[in-house]
Ligand binder design. Structure first.
Ligand SMILES: Cc1ncc(C[n+]2csc(CCOP(=O)(O)OP(=O)(O)O)c2C)c(N)n1
Ligand SMILES: [Mg+2]
Length: 356
């Protein structure tokens, strides 16, 4: 019964929208392919014990990742979960810095202290990388509040999973975001499972577009296996958030092809179900569409894949040859500059250090 209940609804629709110009189409395909090849290599490195902690891959979800990220401009903010390698790469963080972070090296985008679940890149307004399910939702609203308070037109895209919509933080954030008219797009990556629990078994309401309704947050749905449809839908939501200063909830229907994390026997779903979704591989289907429409030829697609493989390989070499963080740096970035304890600067405060 469980398997029957978790059968995915068939989404046959491929966006009828306008394909992007050839340069944009090439960039989308290249970045999705890079994310895929990067994560495959990361998975291998994990099983070789090069990577510690947890590793959550988003293989199969690349269209939901990239379509959402590309709906933002450089001045907008993106915040994600522990399944965020693709978000960092999509935002422009170098694959070298992401892989080095997974390896826990000083050259990583969080200085080797965050690992897979805590990627971060302030310069590119990628605000992490958060390990607590639902924990990033109110923080995303906080970025929206900051934009609103400063009176600029920046928008935050806050990404989380279907399981996270059952957290109290989701309900509280929907309420305050609507009440305070925050310019935030909440993007639910509905991959149909929270770890091993199918959506029909973890959420009373499975149409997630409706989960913000009672709080005053309008919902939209996109085909998260289709990068163009995701881009169009999230772009529309971003435009509303920007011009009308109000939150929108977007549900992206997608699927992860691998387990929840690396160690997952996946007894909660059938091989047939996985195979069915793989037929709609977001990268293959986009490449096919570009070839059919004459935007790229087969040789160009193969070249894109070869380049992605080489970049992922180079990232592994970079990470592997990078130094570990210095033990002396243990307290760096822990205490705020000028931090005071009882009116005195703390001895560990960077302000008391030579270069502080
Ligand atoms: C507050 C909290 N509870 C439980 C966990 C353990 N946990 C990690 S991922 C996860 C499933 C979340 O599922 P979903 O939100 O659908 O995201 P997905 O993993 O499918 O991307 C759980 C329960 C956690 N990290 N934080
Ligand atoms: Mg999920």
């Amino acid at each position: 019964m469980a398997d029957k209940a978790s059968d995915p609804p068939p989404i046959q629709r491929i966006s009828e929208g306008q394909l992007p110009d050839p340069e944009t189409a090439r960039e989308w395909l290249s970045t999705m392919t890079l994310i895929r090849r990067f994560e495959e290599r990361a998975g291998e490195m994990y099983t070789r014990a090069k990577i510690g902690g947890f590793l959550h891959l988003a293989i199969g979800e690349e269209a939901a990742v990239l379509g959402g990220a590309r709906a933002l401009s450089d001045r907008d903010w993106l915040i994600s979960t522990y399944r965020s390698h693709g978000h960092a790469i999509a935002r422009g963080t170098s694959p070298d810095a992401v892989m080095a972070e997974l390896f826990g090296r000083a050259t990583g985008c969080s200085g080797g202290r965050g690992g897979s679940m805590h990627l971060f890149d302030l310069q590119r307004r990628f605000m992490g990388g958060w390990g607590i399910v639902g924990g990033n939702i109110p923080i995303g609203a906080g970025f929206g509040l900051a934009s609103s308070y400063r009176g600029n037109d920046e928008v935050t895209l806050c990404v989380f999973g279907d399981g996270a919509t059952n957290q109290g933080t989701f309900a509280e954030t929907m309420n305050l975001s609507a009440l305070w008219r925050l310019p935030v797009v909440f993007l639910v990556t509905n991959n149909r499972y929270g770890m091993g629990t199918a959506i029909e078994r973890h959420s009373a309401v499975t149409d997630l577009t409706r989960k913000g309704e009672g709080f005053g947050v309008e919902g939209m749905r996109c085909d998260g296996m289709d990068v163009l449809n995701t881009f169009e839908t999230v772009s529309e939501a971003v435009a509303i958030a920007r011009s009308e200063q109000r939150p929108i909830l977007v549900e992206a229907m997608t699927y992860r092809f691998r387990g929840h994390s690396i160690a997952d026997p996946q007894r909660y779903r059938t091989a047939e179900q996985v195979a069915e979704w793989k037929e709609r591989d977001p990268i293959d289907s986009f490449a096919t569409r570009l070839i059919e429409n004459g935007l790229l030829d087969q040789a160009a697609v193969e070249q894109i894949d070869a380049t992605a493989l080489a970049t992922a390989e180079a990232a592994v070499s970079f990470a592997d040859s990078s130094p570990e963080p210095e033990p002396d740096s243990l307290y760096d970035n822990i205490y705020a500059l000028g931090g005071e304890v009882n009116g005195q600067l703390s001895s560990n405060s960077p302000a008391t250090k030579e270069n502080g």
